[in-house]
Ligand binder design. Sequence first.
Ligand code: SPD
Length: 300
Amino acid sequence: MSDTKKVDEKYISEENMDDLWNVWYSELHDGSSGLTLKIDTIHESTKSQFQRIEVIENRDFGKMLVLYGSLMVADNDNNAYNEMITHLPLFVHPNPGEVLIIGGGDCGALTEVTKHPDIKRVTLCEIDEKVVEISKKHFPDLTRGLADPRANLVVSDGKKYLEDSRSKFDLVLLDLSDPIGPAADLFQKSFHQTVSDRLNDDGIMVAQSESPFYNQETVKAIYSNLKQIFPIVRMYTCFMPIYPSAFWSFAFCSKKADPLKDFRRDKYDELNLALQYYNDDVHFGSFMQPQFVRNLIDNC
Ligand code: SPD
């Protein structure tokens, strides 16, 4: 007599098919640790002339932009980075009129800059047009600033753009991906010197400077180079859960203004911006570093 076994109905019932979705994003930070997120939806998976581009969605972080397998920005985790790279120097520079952003194709930093009414022009120089195009489609809040009449989008290699340009800027923001791939040259000393040459006498440059936990050799090299170019170089940090170690750094580099002495409280109070991360306490607190970070940058 044959013995017929019933196959588990859980796996053949159509209404349960969604529960079987089990697709994960894993980003390794140093080859043995990293961040893993369950993907609810894959919105884009494509390749530009420069890199792979993905837009994926996770329950906690919302839509996320991934370039070459590295998380760049998320609907629910972008305020810290975008507000800190922009508002902090904008509330230090005495009169920021001309702002240049190199990289930043998701346009989050550009949109923050446009919240300052005194800015005359904000130029975004992004090498990969497809990043801007995909960001416009999936991140309408981040890209809102592109519609501002003061926004000027240039699709070009940032290095070439600055080398060919005779323009001078008050503030240059290096809103770069990582020191690999299309942005690698923009982390080098020769490029930082080019930026310094294009800054006005009271100019400020802010560069994203990676994780002080995972990228220690990179951090040391960046700060050692910057200190040879700018009279004032200070690290500040923020909390960014989607980036390696959730602890991210920026190099504040200035020809004159000191972020700890020249905070424009009057302008900060006047604008009274509705922000999520940056405020007057965070302005000062973000320059206070734990000892292991001081050890990296103090004597380099
Ligand atoms: N490993 C990810 C580092 C990303 C830093 N910059 C992101 C730029 C987004 N505008």
